[in-house]
Design a protein around this ligand. Sequence first.
Ligand code: KG4
Ligand code: ZN
Length: 335
Amino acid sequence: MALVLGIETSCDETGVGLVRDGVLLGDALASSMDEHARFGGVVPEIAARAHLEALPSMVRHAVDHAGVRLADVDVVAVTAGPGLASAVQVGLAAGKAYALSLGVPLYGVHHLAGHAAVDTLEHGPLPERCVALIVSGGHTSLLLLGDLARDPVVHLGDTLDDAAGEAFDKVARLLGLPYPGGPAIDRAALDGDPEAIAFPRPLTGARDDPYAFSFSGLKTAVARWVERHTGPLPVADVAASFQEAVADTLSRKAVAAGRQYACDTLLMVGGVAANSRVRSLTAQRCAAADIRLRVPTPRLCTDNGAMIAAVGDLLARAGRPPSPLDLAMHPTLTL
Ligand code: KG4
Ligand code: ZN
């Protein structure tokens, strides 16, 4: 059984993971988020430099954590895109260097396939076909998955503007809540009424694309409501009503896709999958539609190296041909 080293550097997280035969042996993660906070978003050049500095020690930590030696690695898997070009480039160069120096095959991995594959480390193989909702600060994608090692992943829909997590972060700022906004809104909403304010459910009309998302209009609706409001701001009610609008939209579209494509499993991953209302409403609607909901543990929901190792492991076990060592990175790699 091959020992797979996975490397992820598509955004601000430097992730390294070691997987063998569907089992996560160890991983390590560093984040440059603190360095970006004062710029209000991830700065690619800062992220790239941070990856360069953190990668060697993350590989060491992951190898120690797994109780293996670097020389035992049989396969290297690395994110080839999509992501911030300069950030992806650092991981890809490192992945090639490890593969070349160890004399082992290299697999360039699609970042979103990694988000989906990570669940297999916790809950076992995925069914032949399933729908995946990937919702984070960087993605809002609805995918139709087959065999991750063989079939291309089908993109059913994406956000046309902001990602769901981005909307949480922006609305939190409007309400004076700390960054990252998702967990802060989740907490504030506990004391609020989700029906206090009827915020819009974007792109849920009969003529709208059933699987496209849009969150920038919802964020503007919250901003307008806050501007117009006089007196003390009912932060809990605004947070709960906004969160309800997002949870309603995400779960409705994901379950509709599950139904249309006759999938008995919905996979939900990404930072926003940690949201308590997104989880409970999606679970409720899945149960009503006889769909099994699979959500990885929050630690694996966000960007990490184990998810890339998980794809490398699936590709190696399926005997897929490795990527060439001159593999180029694809900042906008599509599935
Ligand atoms: O997957 P992730 O850690 O990083 C990437 O964007 O790749 O996702 C981070 C996003 C942030 O926008 C954060 O506000 C959001 O996930 N998030 C949440 C919650 N926890 C994290 N959003 C809503 N509710 C939460 N509990
Ligand atoms: Zn991601």
